[in-house]
Design a protein around this ligand. Structure first.
Ligand SMILES: *Cc1c(COP(=O)(O)O)cnc(C)c1O
Length: 477
């Protein structure tokens, strides 16, 4: 019997080309579509809810159905007017490389199974180590599914190195602007709420050094054991970088693990301005980078780098007998020894192929452009009597609100107004623009890491917002 999954060469070629055509269309026609999509569970159920079919359907019919119903029912996160959350501009070379990795179904766990895949992971991680001025000789890292898994991998390592088996008195410190994935990771690791210190931030959204020092000192007096500080290099809300050098000094003095969560902002190292803003990043013990954000990679690829690669192997090596035959020598890394996953997809390939193809300078140019565009947006907003900057352009993120000077609206009205501007924008489907809360104010947030976003896209969106505002204020009269 032939495999029930067999197709002829002609069938496969025709089917494959159809998918490539669709992906190319997605890349070339994105701008003619509206970025926002919304659908209720009920609407989706109406289209999709069904039992698993026992009988076959033609491949083309299934593909047509998917292209009609699945792909369009999703926010276009690579659209130049997708300003919210962290956009995912991606790039074509990586999208194709990912298809290649999946097509060949390469197992990226052990050296002896796919030596070239392991080598490419080592090589691309070396590129990343170098970008962040980490030691290439002793340093190391691993690609993960994303920033959340990179943070979990880092904190598991920190706990093993600093606390050993008993972590019942260990305390970890992070700011109120740190990403929620860190708290998730800490909880997954079995720390109690009482072992987490959330340190307030100052007026610029940076961790308060005085309050942090107070907490560490108090914990020592109480007999607790401080073991780790998590700094953020580019908070998701505002792009703010915690004072990395000062925190590194504290960690050295207090013998604490220094983890930096750079999932959003670390890639700014590729630009001159970002390089200045991230001063001290090389002093981390562990650093989370998230290539599927600002390194323009498609999902999923996150990354953790550490100062000493033996910290990872020391934490994650377990030696089951059935892996005995594939153990190599130490320089031939089995990445299943460096993190949580055994079976891993070949994430390094897209990173490798896109950087080889476009060149690192293309990435530097894009990141520099993104940072400059946010600053240009800030200038634009400051010149208007209707807009107020709440958090200035920082690593391509800017927060602002509609607050016309002549009206002197009270705070509660301003919150309502800005919330409503965002809702109407979403309802129009023209731009993905949502709010966040900063210092108890509802503000509109733009994250401008898409190299296809132009100042004209921003001007059009702001004009649209102003029109909504006029409309709303009129209705309130
Ligand atoms: C996005 C983000 C994360 C989580 O990364 P995922 O790739 O979404 O898992 C962690 N920290 C920061 C600062 C982020 O911006």
């Amino acid at each position: 019997m032939n495999s029930p999954f067999e197709m002829t060469k002609e069938e496969m070629t025709s089917y494959g080309y159809k998918i490539v055509d669709q992906i190319v269309n997605h890349f070339t026609e994105v701008e003619h579509k509206k970025p926002v999509k919304k659908a209720s569970r009920k609407e989706m159920d109406t289209i999709f809810l069904s039992e698993a079919p026992d009988e076959a359907t033609s491949a083309d019919d299934v593909l047509d159905f998917v292209m009609k119903n699945v792909m369009p029912n999703s926010i276009i996160i690579s659209h130049p007017k997708s300003f919210s959350f962290v956009p995912g501009p991606s790039n074509f070379i990586s999208a194709m490389s990912d298809s290649l990795a999946t097509g060949f179904n390469i197992f990226s766990g052990g050296w002896n199974i796919a030596p070239a895949a392991a080598e490419l992971e080592i090589v691309t991680l070396n590129w990343i180590l170098k970008i962040f001025n980490f030691p290439v000789e002793n340093g190391g890292g691993i690609f993960t599914s994303g920033g959340s898994m990179a943070n979990l991998t880092a904190l598991t390592t920190a706990r093993r190195v600093k606390c050993g088996e008993d972590f019942s008195k260990s305390i970890i410190y992070l700011s109120d602007q740190a990403h929620s994935s860190n708290i998730k990771a800490i909880r997954v690791l079995g720390f109690k709420k009482e072992q987490i210190r959330i340190i307030p931030t100052d007026i610029e959204f940076r961790i308060s050094i005085n309050k942090l020092k107070n907490e560490i000192a108090r914990d020592r007096l109480k007999g607790n054991e401080p073991f780790c500080i998590i700094a953020t290099a580019g908070t998701t809300n505002t792009g703010t970088v915690d004072p990395l050098d000062t925190l590194a000094d504290i960690c050295e003095k207090e013998n604490l693990w220094f983890h930096i969560d750079g999932a959003y902002g670390a890639a700014a190292m590729l630009s001159k301005k970002g390089n200045l803003a991230l001063k001290g990043i090389e002093r981390a013990d562990s650093l989370t980078v998230d290539p599927h954000k600002w390194f323009f990679q498609p999902y999923e690829i996150g990354c953790l780098i550490v100062k000493d690669k033996s910290w990872l192997s020391g934490t994650f090596s377990e030696k089951p007998e059935y892996l005995r035959d594939i153990e190599g020598n130490e320089s031939e890394i089995n990445f299943y020894d460096y993190g949580i996953q055994l079976t891993r997809r070949f994430r390094a390939l897209k990173f490798y192929m896109s950087i080889k193809t476009y060149g690192l300078n293309a990435f530097k140019k894009a990141v520099t452009y993104n940072i400059d565009l946010a600053e240009e947006t800030e200038d634009l907003l400051r010149k208007s009597s209707n807009w107020e900057i709440v958090s200035q352009a920082t690593l391509a993120i800017i927060n602002f609100r509609y607050n016309p000077i002549h009206l002197e609206l009270p705070e509660d009205k301003l919150d309502k107004l800005n919330q409503e501007i965002s809702s109407r924008m979403i309802d129009s489907r023209e731009a993905l623009l949502v709010t966040t809360i900063l210092q108890n104010q509802v503000v509109i947030r733009m994250c401008l890491i898409n190299p296809n976003t132009t100042i004209q896209h921003i001007k059009d969106t702001l004009n649209e917002c102003s029109n909504f505002a006029t409309e709303i204020l009129e209705e309130w009269k």
